[in-house]
Design a protein around this ligand. Structure first.
Ligand code: MTE
Ligand code: MO
Length: 154
């Protein structure tokens, strides 16, 4: 179930992803919610030099569910918007919103829960951001817990 912040506490244990900051609909997304969304598989070259398949949903879809402006409306001052991806170990990586939008970029950044047909191991999952097209997997954060949307004013 998609829940707002208020309900999240009552929801008991289980991992979830929090979409916060400058969004019109702050969300808590559970693994179940992702299973009904459109899936994408991408291949990420890991540090061992081999490519691994990762399956998940686009970050764009998740942001759109939270009411974040993307696509044709992403222009003007909205181009100063960013997404901070937060992980359980405190690791943080930053993207401009446009970098996560398929009308700007020829790649799909996904939130993956599966690799090579298996759920991610506990130390990487349950959710990993998978960012292809970069020279190293540094921004492919594992144990993702939150997407925080913000914007720079000057
Ligand atoms: N949460 C989290 N994700 C992370 C990191 C991290 O320290 N914490 N390290 C990054 C780096 S620097 C790399 S190279 C890749 C792969 O790291 P690994 O090969 O050590 O698993 O994960 C990235 N994702
Ligand atoms: Mo790294």
């Amino acid at each position: 179930m998609l829940t707002g912040y208020a309900n999240a506490q009552q929801n008991g244990s289980g991992s979830y992803l929090q979409i916060s900051g400058e969004v019109t609909k702050p969300l808590i997304i559970h693994a179940d919610d992702l299973s009904s969304m459109k899936r994408t598989t991408v291949h990420l070259r890991e540090r061992d030099g081999k490519d691994y398949a990762y399956t998940g949903v686009s970050i764009q879809q998740i942001l759109e569910m939270a009411g974040v402006t993307m696509g044709k409306q992403l222009r003007g001052e909205k181009l100063a918007s960013y997404v901070l991806v937060q992980s359980a170990d405190g690791y943080k990586v930053l993207f401009s919103l446009a970098e996560l939008d398929s009308s700007f970029i020829n790649r799909t950044v996904i939130l993956a829960w599966e690799s090579e047909g298996k759920p991610l191991p506990a130390d990487k999952g349950p959710f990993r951001l998978v960012v292809t097209g970069e020279k190293k997997p540094t921004r492919s954060s594992y144990q993702v817990t939150g997407l925080m949307v913000g914007s720079l004013k000057n």
